[in-house]
Design a protein around this ligand. Structure first.
Ligand code: UDX
Length: 449
């Protein structure tokens, strides 16, 4: 039964696709539980209001007009945190002055860590949303505790195991590296992002059953209540689009014309950039694998090129109907399509969860941040995907064939089906995500306002 509640919850997302999406999904969940939801967002990447008529939106001046944020720098991220402070505070003050208003709490993306300062000044409870896996944060925190044990490392160590962080290797360190080390400013930023300040709880887009030991260790570290209520995209009641780019729905008609369980979906998410050499190796790997493929080549995702002009001459003609290239796809719909049999992915956490929940096994080609950690867990612990060993056309072709055609590929498929069943169980009435959501609702309702 829907609970009638007057309390309002403010959400502050980080304005990039992989972060905006889980925050809006959390908003839908909280709204369905009787909360009024106010989304305070940056001008950059303003969400599409008409897709979320149940929310109140308010835009903050982020002071970053005219700056290319397609791949945000450290400076951009600090500027965002600094510039949004006053606009957020001013808006919250005016809200709190409104007669009869009841602000329960502010939920913020962990990259928007300035929110905690503002909330503290205004004596409002704040809650952090973690948009990635517990394994990723655990690996970061372990390294913070003794950075000298891990950094810098030698080229010869790249494939050696990271002490105490099985199954990660030195090449998987969860920070952007330059010459096998991580700069102090990057470490500082990651520390700020992983800190919770005076926040009273954390919400996770993960499942307790999947990451129980990591979550326990992290909870010992943070000493606040944890609410793993993932997968948010399935827990959210409304399936309205959260896409910033326009989705090319024509690829669904193309998928409709393919044989069941035959297509490889290829996408490297919303931020990753590759060079033209990698694009060309991938193109030949796909062509030579002889498997149908749907490939997302996002504008700006190939360094130095607008979009797909760097493809080998005549490539699209050569693969013909067997291949389809789009600029942006309705990914959840694609992964749910019965013709899709595999996902060649950068292993962003949203893509990872979306793939598993549609029983689609993966080829892991991670780049940075949490992606290498996710890729190792997917290939070595959950065993629902294969890691791409090298960015070479023959290796790509072989890995695609292994996933789509081999006995090993069938085993990986069986495991992803089992993994999905376990996650679905967490979402049932007696399941952990469902129970944690009830606890979260009680927790927010009991916060002093
Ligand atoms: C970034 C980081 O790269 C990632 O590692 C981190 O976990 C979150 O932030 P991103 O590159 O956006 O993520 O990847 P991901 O987390 O997978 O999110 C991408 C989202 O875009 C997914 O929800 C996916 O469904 C959507 N998408 C992607 C589309 O809707 N269409 C596409 O064509 C490609």
């Amino acid at each position: 039964m829907k609970i009638e509640r007057k309390q309002r919850v403010v959400l502050v997302p980080y304005p990039f696709q992989g972060h905006l999406t889980p925050m809006l999904q959390l908003g839908s969940i909280l709204h369905s539980q009787g909360f009024s939801v106010i989304v305070i967002h940056t001008e950059y990447n303003t969400p599409n209001y008409s897709n979320h008529p149940q929310f109140v939106f308010h835009s903050m001046d982020d002071g970053l007009q005219g700056i290319d944020l397609s791949f945000p720098s450290l400076e951009n991220m600090y500027d965002l945190n600094e510039n949004c402070k006053a606009p957020l505070r001013n808006y919250l003050v005016s809200m709190m002055e409104e007669e009869g208003d009841q602000l329960a709490c502010i939920v913020y993306d962990n990259v928007m860590f300035f929110v905690d300062d503002v909330a503290t000044q205004l004596k409002l409870p704040s809650i952090v949303l973690r948009t990635f896996s517990a394994a990723y944060l655990h690996s970061m925190i372990t390294i913070f505790q003794q950075p000298e044990k891990y950094l810098p490392f030698e080229d010869s160590q790249l494939l050696d195991p990271l002490p105490e962080l099985h199954p990660l290797r030195f090449k998987d360190v969860p920070f952007p590296t330059i010459k096998n080390t991580v700069s102090e400013p990057i470490l500082d930023f990651c520390r700020a992002m992983s800190d919770i300040g005076s926040s009273v709880a954390t919400i996770w887009n993960t499942m307790q059953d999947l990451e129980s030991s990591m979550l326990l260790r992290l909870q010992e570290h943070y000493k606040v209540p944890f609410f793993p209520i993932g997968p948010l995209h399935k827990m959210a009641p409304l399936a309205s689009s959260t896409s910033i780019l326009e989705e090319d729905n024509s690829c669904i008609e193309w998928l409709d014309r393919q044989a069941p369980n035959s297509v490889l979906y290829v996408s490297l998410g919303s931020l990753v950039r590759i060079d033209d050499k990698e694009l060309i190796e991938t193109a030949w790997g796909l062509a030579n694998s002889d498997q149908p493929f749907l490939w997302v080549i996002r504008p700006g995702s190939v360094s130095g090129f607008q979009c797909a002009e760097a493809l080998p001459d005549g490539f699209e003609k050569m693969v013909g109907e067997r291949g389809r290239i789009v600029k942006w796809a309705p990914q959840k719909q694609v992964l749910a399509h019965p013709t899709v049999a595999g996902f060649f992915t950068h292993c962003g956490w949203n893509s990872t969860l979306e793939s598993i929940l549609e029983e689609v096994p993966l080829i892991c080609r991670p780049f940075l941040g949490d992606q290498p950690v996710n890729a190792r867990y997917l290939s070595q612990i959950y065993k629902v995907g294969f890691e791409l060993e090298a960015i070479e056309r023959t290796v790509i072709e072989k890995t695609i064939r292994k996933l789509m055609l081999s006995e090993e590929g069938k085993d990986v498929k069986k495991r992803v089906v089992d993994m999905k069943q376990n996650i679905v169980a967490a979402m049932q009435i007696e399941g952990t995500s469902h129970k944690n959501l009830n606890d979260l609702v009680d927790f927010i309702s009991a916060l002093p306002s």
